[in-house]
Design a protein around this ligand. Structure first.
Ligand SMILES: C[S@@+](CC[C@H](N)C(=O)[O-])C[C@H]1O[C@@H](n2cnc3c(N)ncnc32)[C@H](O)[C@@H]1O
Length: 406
């Protein structure tokens, strides 16, 4: 059978999936098995056969490739040997058998089934946590768990105006998740707002908006902020923003490194090349800070969770490699989210039908993805031009959806 030597039954480092055989495999089916194994030869898998079992031995596997490849091989062999008796159900059972395995980790895009969850345990952890109190800075919050309905006029709307003002009209405790990327104060060329003011003024305005965001969030709601510190000015914006939320009793849930693989920054400042005198650190990533109001757990209907098992396992590893948005010229905005980033945030941290707010909505990427993923949205931006673009994107999406249904 396969070129790879199968492990001994029960050999350490492998699991085995056994599929009952109605009859021993015929010559064509053996070729199919070999073709599957060959295609995935970089993975740690192999097949073996007994009289009444086909056994699949696995350790590490690119499951997405496997799932796509098996039907492809089957149809190839059906075409080549139309007369041959091929038991398709066996191979379907192989794919669904693997699909149903829940216990695995993800490494370099592959499923790792064995020894992935070895973790050093802290002895007596619950006692230690109880003594030192988790997230002590948020323990004395005064948030109430009431939930208010968001009035109809705010649902699925792009609102043009200064967030500081617009947010005042939104009821407290009515929004499930805020995802945003504020102006970074780099001096970027936005249509209406000045990006490059004195830092005190910048933080004063930003925190006025964030205070409103905290107010409108439901208990258990999340605020997720994407920021890029201004390294040339030595201003760690991500830390300053995090401090603000902690001082306002939100719980820091974690931080995602959004790896943009952006290597086109200069290597060093003049005079410090190859010198410890003042090396300039380069960053190829941005930060995504996650905070919760009142509690870490968010309530929602299980049927409204739309993240797949593989997505979940890949995305809870908090370093996300996603290239920057390529269509910024087309939309005329200098700092857009890539849709992939928004999709991960929304699927990992919100349920379908949740209310998603972006108070610095730009050309509406958060709203567009929220709509695509069957969430409800509110997008606010100070620039009429950006708001118009956001509306156009949403309309285009709606038309496409209707065309897809025809
Ligand atoms: C980093 S961009 C966000 C881009 C957005 N994530 C996207 O994908 O298009 C920040 C946005 O904040 C907007 N802005 C700046 N000050 C504002 C304010 N006070 N109220 C509302 N929007 C504001 C700017 O017009 C800009 O579009």
């Amino acid at each position: 059978m396969s070129e790879i030597t199968p492990p001994e039954p029960g050999e350490k480092g492998f699991h085995t999936l056994s599929l009952p055989l109605k009859r021993p495999l015929n010559a064509i089916e053996i070729q199919i098995v070999d073709a599957i194994a060959k295609k995935l030869k970089r993975d740690h898998i192999s097949f073996s056969q007994t009289d009444d079992l086909l056994r699949f031995h696995y350790h590490t596997l690119n499951f997405d490739l496997f799932k796509a490849h098996v039907p492809h091989v089957l149809s190839e062999y059906h075409n080549r040997f139309p007369e041959a008796e091929i038991d398709d159900t066996l191979f379907t059972a192989l794919v669904s058998g693997l699909e149903n395995i829940k216990s695995y980790g993800i490494k370099m895009g592959k499923r790792v089934y064995v020894d992935y969850n070895k973790e050093r345990k802290v002895r007596g952890r619950p006692k230690k946590v109880a003594r030192r109190v988790s997230y002590f800075y948020a323990a004395d919050h005064t948030f109430t768990p009431e939930v208010n309905e968001l009035p109809h006029e705010f649902i699925n709307k792009i609102l043009c105006g200064d967030s500081m003002e617009v947010l005042k009209g939104i009821p407290s405790n009515s929004v499930d998740l805020v995802f945003t990327s504020p102006p970074y104060n780099f001096g970027l060329d936005y249509q209406k707002s000045e990006d490059g003011v004195l830092w005190d003024e910048y933080f004063e305005k930003l925190f006025a908006v964030f205070s409103e965001c905290i107010r409108v969030m439901k208990y258990g709601g999340r605020i997720i902020v994407n920021v890029q510190p201004l390294f040339s000015d030595y201003i760690p914006i991500h830390h300053i923003i995090s401090n603000f939320f902690m001082e306002n009793h939100l719980i820091w849930k974690g931080e995602i490194l959004w790896e943009k693989n952006n290597y086109n920054c200069k290597y060093t400042a003049w005079g410090s090349w190859k010198s410890p005198s003042n090396p300039y650190l380069k960053y190829t990533w941005e930060f995504v800070e996650i905070f919760c109001k009142g509690e870490l757990k968010k309530t929602g209907d299980k049927a409204d969770a739309d993240i797949t098992a593989d997505e979940f396992k890949k995305w809870v590893v908090a370093r996300w490699s996603i290239g920057p948005e390529r269509a910024m010229k087309e939309y005329g905005h200098p700092a857009m989210f890539p849709e992939d980033l928004v999709e991960r945030v929304l699927k990992l941290f919100s349920f379908k039908n949740d209310i998603i707010l972006d108070p610095f909505n730009g050309v509406g990427t958060t709203s567009v993805v929220a709509k695509k993923l069957e969430r409800r949205y509110i997008g606010i931006d100070i620039s009429e031009e950006y708001c118009k673009k956001a509306e156009e994107r949403l309309k285009k999406m709606q038309i496409q959806k209707q065309l897809d249904l025809v």
